[in-house]
Design a protein around this ligand. Structure first.
Ligand code: F6R
Length: 368
């Protein structure tokens, strides 16, 4: 049942192209996004002038990515908040606010309570979930189901990629409702999303390389992850995976913050995993990251670089180089997360841990 794999998580990592195509299929037709349930009127959707995204853990990291897409496409301010923090600070909510609640299980207590709070304040709630008929969708005004299939491994993998795709679909739905994008532009963005299952399939070819790298990283005391822009949430996700599976100290940082503190952590041999922006798609940030890598390498860090194929400039500074296909900037997390999932799972396996059932964790967190 593990499809010839040592553990479910690796099988689920390899199922990500299907998880993505199943999530996209049926959610875009006749030039527009189709939600699974929709009880918000066209007029109310048009009037939305503020979006909050609430979620926990890995789902929260997918939510951080929603902000880049929704603000860019819809010109609506977006705040992304940990569900456990949201209602305790009396957020400013009203009829013109859309709260997007992301939860693969649909049962996470903190996210559910955030939804309930939002509704008492008359905000509209849109749920993104992988579980049909679960509580969070049932208490929401609109629903988009990811179709990642059942996820056995406690650590979220394919549901994370499916959530990213779902967030982007929600961004396109809002752009459509508000008229900030024409139908042909929506179709273009969707066709770029639709090409991602193939890109993820090609990044899976790095699995043997990453497995081998893991054998050389499993004794590290700590691992740092750096990224910028959409690479920042990916860095956070890479660190979370390593903490929860391999029980290692791992931190994700926005690379621009290095000199404001974290660079003091760099010491001889410390592995630092860097998400490289595209040299073509984001040349300014590419140059900034390049100088960060040079700086940390000079201080003894062992640099593990995730970079676009053909990124020659980064080669001299990459002690380990993992190449990912070139894709549009907003979509890069869909490919760049994959090696980090494999890295965490394989380091955990080499350290002798149960990859599918990390200690102290539950698949569905129904208590606050
Ligand atoms: C990490 C992980 C958790 C969940 C979090 C939210 O691998 O699985 O961080 O992402 O508990 O769960 P859902 O999405 O069910 O609300």
């Amino acid at each position: 049942e593990k499809g010839g794999h040592d553990y479910f998580m690796l099988k689920e990592i390899e199922e990500q192209p299907e998880a993505l195509s199943n999530t996209l299929r049926g959610h875009f037709a006749d030039g527009g996004v189709v939600l699974d349930e929709q009880r918000i009127s066209e007029q109310d959707l048009r009037d939305i002038n503020k979006v909050f995204v609430v979620a926990c853990g890995t789902a929260y990291h997918s939510g951080l990515l929603a902000k880049y897409a929704i603000e860019h496409w819809c010109r609506i301010p977006v705040e992304v908040e940990l569900a456990s923090e949201f209602r305790y600070r009396d957020p400013v909510l009203g009829r013109d606010t859309l709260v997007v609640a992301i939860s693969q299980s649909g049962e996470t207590a903190d996210t559910l309570e955030a939804v309930r709070h939002a509704r008492t304040q008359h905000a509209r709630v849109l749920a993104i979930s992988n579980t049909n008929g679960s509580q969070i969708p049932r208490e929401s005004d609109a629903v988009l189901y990811t179709h990642a299939g059942p996820e056995i491994g406690v650590a979220a993998t394919k549901t994370f990629l499916a959530q990213i795709a779902a967030n982007y679909l929600v961004g396109l739905a809002l752009a459509q409702a508000r008229g900030t994008k024409y139908t042909d532009e929506l179709e273009h963005e969707f066709s770029e999303l639709a090409a991602m299952p193939e890109a993820v399939r090609s990044v899976l070819e790095t699995v043997p390389q990453v497995r081998e790298l893991a054998t050389r990283m499993c004794d590290a005391k700590a691992v740092l992850f750096l990224g910028r822009h959409v690479g920042y949430p990916v860095a956070l996700e890479g660190a979370l995976k390593l903490k929860e599976l391999a029980y290692m100290h791992a931190e994700g940082f926005a690379a621009g913050e290095l000199k404001h503190g974290p660079i003091a952590l760099i010491e001889d041999g410390l592995p630092v995993v860097v998400q490289m922006p595209s040299a073509k798609g984001h040349s300014q940030l590419h140059a900034k990251l390049l100088s960060n890598i040079r700086e940390i390498q000079a201080r003894g860090a062992r640099t593990v670089v995730i970079a676009e194929e053909g990124d020659e400039a980064v080669r001299p500074f990459a002690d380990e180089l993992i190449e990912i296909p070139a894709v549009p900037t907003l979509l890069q997390p869909l490919v760049s997360t994959v090696p980090l999932q494999v890295l965490a799972a394989e380091i955990a396996r080499h350290r002798g841990y149960d990859v599918d059932k990390p200690r102290n964790l539950a698949k569905s967190v129904t208590v606050e």
